[in-house]
Design a protein around this ligand. Structure first.
Ligand code: PMV
Length: 361
């Protein structure tokens, strides 16, 4: 899809050196994507909320190569320092994208990128990082060829490219909420790219918080890539995929009507299902930490005691995402300071919220 051999620069009229810069957020899946096939295709549809504070800034600098060759020239800086491991990964990704962006071989490229949070901690740095890079590539194509003028075409291609980098990244392109994966409940949905679903959100979910309680900043012991692969032999895989489809339909109903209780029940069930699938993989593994469990118990007790609609989710890591509507932000932040912070690494938590999606800066 999107292969276009005509996107080749005219060497008699080369572009001036310049750059494109995007800020792109992470996202939190409420119905999770866990299990894939083929070229980053999901086994079930997923729905995420787009975050704000957890984001990646990426600048893509380009200059026309004087000497034509067949390689992609790339320099890579992560937080202003050269990073060979990230450079190699990004180079392999860009090489795989030359059918979609053949002009990349004609340019000298420099990527300067940085996150507002640590990478590989279960805060989806791949989602913000890959979506920021995909947006830069699509902006570059549009600047050089004028081929992505329509906002919808631009977003869809950016989502498609982001998906090839990291599945969940395709959902970060859109404001407030997105669905990735074909579902009869979402017109226009696709396994190839995500679609925006902000129109179906009750206003409650547009003013919604996701504070990330950072239990550990250590790198994950098992990567998401390995975790997805382990789903292939998991005896619960098929029922799980069916369950995700049913939960997506119920979640959409709750998002439309503003039903916080159903939303929260699905969010928590999905988080625990994700980690249960890891625990019953072969080999089994566990990313939850004692402080994760202590926080879950405290969240349940607080909800029972106060009646406040506060729920948790988890990504593929030990950190808790605390989900709640904007109207109780003051109470919840006080509670985090007084009681929850002690379970966070160095008392660290990220105040995040549902946001407007990526911006070109
Ligand atoms: O996009 P990946 O391959 O890093 O997978 C991420 C999967 C989860 O974050 C655990 C769930 C999701 O849907 O985002």
């Amino acid at each position: 899809m999107y292969e276009n051999p005509r996107l080749i620069l005219d060497s008699s009229n080369p572009p001036e050196p310049d750059s494109v810069v995007w800020r792109s957020p992470s996202n939190l899946a409420i119905v999770k994507y866990w299990g894939k096939h083929g070229l980053q295709l999901p086994r079930n549809p997923s729905l995420s909320l787009t975050l704000s504070a957890s984001c990646t800034d990426t600048a893509l600098e380009y200059a026309f190569k004087e000497e034509a060759d067949n390689r992609i020239d790339l320099e890579f800086f992560f937080h202003e320092e050269e990073n060979e491991a990230f450079r190699a990964k990004t180079l392999a990704f860009l090489e795989s994208l030359t059918p979609q962006f053949p002009f990349l071989r004609q340019l000298h490229l420099t990527v300067r990128t940085g996150n507002s949070f640590p990478h590989s901690t279960g805060i989806a740095s791949s989602a913000s990082g890959m979506s920021a890079l995909a947006l830069c590539l699509c902006s570059l194509e549009d600047r050089l060829f004028g081929t992505l003028q329509e906002a919808d075409s631009f977003d869809t291609k950016a989502s498609f490219i982001a998906r090839l980098g990291s599945g969940s990244a395709c959902r970060s392109i859109f404001p407030h909420a997105a669905v990735w994966g074909t579902s009869p409940d979402v017109p226009g949905s696709s396994d190839q790219f995500a679609v925006p679903v902000e129109d179906l959100l009750h206003p409650t979910f547009k003013d919604f918080h996701d504070d990330i309680l950072v239990v550990s900043t250590a790198e994950k012991s098992v990567s998401s890539r390995a975790g997805h692969a382990l789903m292939e032999g998991n005896p619960y895989a098929e029922p799980r995929y069916a369950q995700a489809r049913t939960r997506l339909a119920h979640l959409i109903g709750a998002l439309r009507s503003g039903d916080l209780e159903t939303f929260g029940k699905i969010a928590e069930d999905e988080a625990l299902t994700l980690h249960a699938l890891m625990m019953c993989s072969n080999p089994s593994y566990m990313l939850l930490r004692p402080d994760t469990l202590a926080l879950i118990e405290k969240i349940r007790a607080y909800r029972a005691d106060t009646g406040h609609p506060v729920y948790f989710s988890l990504d593929a890591g030990p950190n808790i995402h605390l989900l709640y509507p904007g109207e109780i932000v003051a109470e919840v932040r006080g509670w985090i300071e007084d009681d929850l912070k002690q379970h966070c690494a160095d008392g660290w938590f990220i105040q995040d919220w549902v946001g407007e999606g990526p911006e070109e800066i």
